[in-house]
Design a protein around this ligand. Structure first.
Ligand SMILES: Cc1cc2nc3c(=O)[nH]c(=O)nc-3n(C[C@H](O)[C@H](O)[C@H](O)COP(=O)(O)O)c2cc1C
Length: 401
């Protein structure tokens, strides 16, 4: 049986069983999500660094305004006063989601990937603002990622679309799922889907240094068994290393109802990565990959060793950005930068962390899934050595047929 003969049921409706994964910062573009929804599948946009995305796409100037307001703190490590203007944040999110939803034509759905780890100097307020704006703007669903999200549902439970909007969570273990379900039961709002992300995924990983010991389909089976024992019927979406329709069918045989893919979409025409980075992904070999703890989020991340962020020495870019700041104005990169540059002026290389905001804004962190080195097997290479970019539609069809 082929993948196209399977259907995924969400809130009583049928969809093609493929999610295009959320990829910040605007790598999962509206264009990419729209291809998925046109086909009757699920596309994601991402709200990572949404003000910067809005400035780029819709000619706003939120980042500049924020930097101007907080310019005095540029000269020191104390970022406790650097805060987001919640009205700006709301507007940037609302416009991005609204404009994307207005272009939707197909029978599929468009979801928003929301990372809890983007604490933005005021974790609850900024998360609530981002969620509220997305729900107000008519998003079909929100996928809660990069965090346990134990308080997230409470932030939107009064919203009129709380029960209509699909809500999903990304987990990498039964333990994390159990904790989320406990918090969800307090709001009588179970998730509509559960994305189980294994250790071969791109972006941040929900595993420790022993990530190699874990296997996606084993976790899918554990989650499936756990849900059966709890008499819960919630679709499981398997993610991380699903490179083909056969891989997807294998995960389905372990208890998944669909799959989420990302790395294969990074090199499509519709992906937001710059052309030269797409070529880096095509050229990559297995030995070019590294999983490290450079991200100040505290999560491991997989990336190419050619990523310029491995040589990070920029001054923390919190005034314009500040997406990783804690409530107290702390970020692990600030500490590392200070250790390497005690005078705050020099530019010695920072060994153990990178400025996530700076490097994601410049696309200089080449994060990808473990299967990135196989992308070239699916692509045509010109006589000049340049790989041809596939249409996203063709990538989806390759999984389905
Ligand atoms: C370039 C890239 C960026 C990603 N960014 C995010 C993100 O911002 N938030 C998130 O929850 N997952 C992120 N992911 C994870 C994907 O959404 C997806 O679950 C995973 O990569 C699927 O595995 P695959 O890449 O092997 O197909 C990212 C993945 C890639 C490749």
């Amino acid at each position: 049986m082929k993948l196209q003969n399977h259907s995924l049921q969400l809130k009583g409706k049928s969809f093609l069983p493929i999610f295009a994964g959320g990829m910040g910062v605007n790598i999962s573009t509206a264009e990419l999500a729209l291809v998925a929804s046109d086909l009757g599948a699920i596309g994601h946009i991402s709200d990572a660094m949404i003000q910067q995305v809005s400035d780029k796409l819709y000619q706003t100037n939120y980042s500049k305004l924020k930097q101007k307001k907080h310019r005095l703190s540029l000269l020191c490590e104390d970022k406790s006063q650097v805060k987001f203007d919640l009205e700006h944040l709301y507007n940037s999110q609302r416009v991005h989601v609204e404009r994307t939803m207005n272009r939707k034509k197909g029978d599929g759905l468009i979801f928003l990937n929301i990372m809890e780890r983007l604490t933005m100097g005021a974790p609850s307020d900024t998360l609530k603002t981002r969620l509220t704006a997305a729900l107000d703007a008519g998003i079909d669903g929100v996928t809660l990622s990069a965090g346990l999200h134990l308080g997230t549902l409470g932030l939107i439970k009064e919203h009129p679309r709380f029960n209509d909007t699909l809500i999903g969570i990304i987990v990498s273990s039964v333990r994390a799922l159990r904790a989320f379900l406990k918090s969800a039961s307090r709001h009588s709002r179970l998730p509509d889907y559960i994305i189980v992300e294994g250790p071969l995924a791109g972006g941040h990983l929900g595993f420790g240094d022993d990530w190699e010991k874990f296997d996606l389909n084993t976790i899918v089976r554990e989650v499936s068994n756990y849900l059966s024992e709890a008499s819960l019927s919630i679709p499981i979406i398997a993610a991380g290393g699903i490179f083909s329709g056969e891989d997807a069918l294998k995960s389905i045989s372990f208890g998944a109802s669909g799959v989420q893919i990302a790395t294969r979409l990074t090199v499509t025409k519709e992906s937001g990565l710059p052309e030269h980075v797409k070529q880096e992904y095509f050229k990559a070999n297995k030995s070019d990959l590294v999983v490290n703890n450079l991200s100040p989020s505290g999560y491991l991340m997989r990336m190419l060793k050619s990523s310029p962020c491995l040589e990070s020495n920029v001054r923390p870019a919190c005034e314009a950005f500040g997406y990783m700041l804690s409530r107290e104005g702390k970020c692990a990169y600030i500490d590392s930068f200070k250790a390497a540059n005690p005078d705050w002026k020099s530019r010695n290389k920072v060994q153990d962390k990178m400025c996530l905001c700076h490097h994601f804004s410049k696309c200089t962190c080449y994060t990808c899934g473990e299967n990135v080195y196989r992308l070239k097997d699916k692509a045509k290479q010109g006589s000049d050595g340049i790989y041809e970019l596939p249409d996203a539609r063709d990538v989806f069809m390759d999984y389905l047929s």
